[in-house]
Design a protein around this ligand. Structure first.
Ligand SMILES: Nc1nc2c(ncn2[C@@H]2O[C@H](COP(=O)(O)OP(=O)(O)OP(=O)(O)O)[C@@H](O)[C@H]2O)c(=O)[nH]1
Ligand SMILES: [Mg+2]
Length: 429
């Protein structure tokens, strides 16, 4: 049984492991005083990965553990030994989790289907060992790269309800009662409007292999699309359901008018919503007055596309017919979905404006170089090693950054920040 849940949010700190440093080492052999370089690469750092866990329905677990840190990669060693890769951390999240970076709110991805994964903090790369830098003209390089740090940051998780079927209707129409009659869920039911404040979820089993999630949604009233009542907040979740079922209160004073108002609200929220084929259910058929007006109601609600049904959640009348109709509507929706690109496909946008370019900024008396490539290289450079330092300098020259630094006033003693590195400008360089 699924408990009532909705729109959970959690904020977690994720840290990829740093990559291991590459080794700077030389072969030792009995009769060779100094063999060739044999320093192996560092291992990559572990990543933090989100994975959809189909059974989960809340983000409540994240209230306790908020920091997830993947393991660092091992250092490379002599004899070309490769450092061990750091283990990934896999965090299970419910289907429907939307991931954004915090605090900028940038969209990172959306996890909908079982098995879907999303890397939220990539582990750092292992540095290359000095073996890698040997060449015909430079047979004994001491240069080896350091591993890069893993990505780290806060991400915001938001759980958006994904139900296959959404029950919509006016307040007090009997949506929650119907949900309870069709599933194991036990939502609160009340003889007054606005009993349901957040949607309830239940699983309906058609047979052993076919199950679907149904959600009821707080009642929709006139003005819902502009924020009246509570249902408004949930309309966007209704949009994502495969089938919307209209629930009409058979015992309302004006059932047809009331339903038309709900339909108007759907239309005002999104015209396409109201156009979707929508099974219609009149509730409370066990009440004598409802039994009496049912034939008339049926005629009034019938359209070319829809044959209304009537049920009583109290005595079970009509529920079997409703189940069959839901099963058929889901099958139809599946066919329609297959015909068009699935909107539930995972979209992942990683936008990185700094990937190719660089810029130099003044920071007080210091200068800062920003740019993906140059910052990454700085992070991988061991500035204690003269040879590594030279390589880095040559990259600055190649990219033209040195000219820009000078133009902005770099002189002896100026501090230049590049990624994690803090360098002092020397004119003999
Ligand atoms: N006699 C009868 N009463 C019903 C039936 N279904 C619901 N009711 C009653 O109608 C009232 C409203 O039921 P709910 O299921 O809470 O209605 P709802 O649509 O979820 O209402 P909100 O959450 O306020 O939007 C309750 O008093 C229920 O007992 C039914 O099939 N027969
Ligand atoms: Mg309710």
């Amino acid at each position: 049984m699924l408990s009532p849940v909705f729109a959970d949010r959690a904020r977690i700190l994720v840290s990829g492991g740093s990559g291991g440093d590459g080794a700077s080492s030389f072969r030792r052999e009995a009769h060779v005083p100094r063999g060739g370089p044999d320093g192996g690469d560092g291992g990559r750092g572990g990543s933090v990965i989100l994975l959809v866990e189909p059974g989960m329905t809340t983000l409540g677990d994240f209230k306790r553990q908020r920091h997830f840190r993947a393991a660092a990669g091992g250092r490379g060693a002599g004899r070309k030994a490769h450092g061990k890769n750091g283990a990934d951390i896999v965090i299970r999240v419910p289907p429907g989790t939307v991931v954004r970076s915090h605090p900028d709110g940038a969209w990172i991805g959306e996890l909908l289907e079982a098995e879907t994964r999303l890397v939220v903090a990539k582990g750092g790369r292992g540095g290359r060992g000095n073996v890698y830098f040997a060449s015909a003209t430079h047979r004994a390089p001491t240069h080896a790269e350091k591993g890069t740090p893993g990505e780290e940051g806060w991400v915001e998780l938001e759980l958006k309800l994904i139900a296959d079927i959404g029950l919509v209707g006016a307040p007090n129409a009997g949506k929650s009662t119907l949900l309870a009659a069709l599933t194991e869920a036990r939502p609160e039911v009340g003889a007054y409007p606005f009993t349901t404040l957040t949607p309830n979820l239940g699983v309906i089993a058609f047979d052993e292999d076919h199950r679907a999630v149904i959600a009821d949604v707080p009642g929709l009233i006139e003005g819902a699309h502009e924020g009246k009542g509570l249902g408004h907040h949930f309309l966007r979740h209704v949009e994502r359901t495969r089938v919307i079922v209209g629930v009409v209160d058979g015992a309302a004073r004006e059932p047809v008018e009331e339903w038309r108002a709900v339909l108007d609200e759907l239309r005002l929220h999104d015209p396409a919503l109201a156009e979707r084929p929508m099974p219609l259910v009149v509730t409370k058929l066990d009440l004598p007055e409802v039994g009496e007006r049912w034939p008339e109601l049926r005629d009034a609600l019938r359209t070319d596309a829809v044959e209304p049904m009537a049920v009583s959640a109290h005595d079970g009348t009509g529920l079997e017919v409703l189940r069959l109709a839901l099963s058929a509507a889901l099958a139809e929706a599946a066919i329609a979905e297959a015909a068009q690109p699935p909107e539930t496909e995972m979209r992942v946008h990683r936008f990185d404006p700094m990937a190719e370019s660089w810029e130099v900024l003044a920071e007080g008396h210091d200068l800062r170089v920003r740019g993906r490539r140059i910052e990454t290289t700085a992070a991988r450079t061991d500035f204690e090693n003269a040879e590594s330092r030279d390589r880095f300098w040559r990259l600055l020259e190649r990219l033209g950054i040195d000219v820009e630094l000078r133009r902005l006033g770099a002189g002896t003693g100026t501090t230049v920040h590049i990624g994690p590195a803090e360098l002092e400008w020397g004119d003999d360089d």
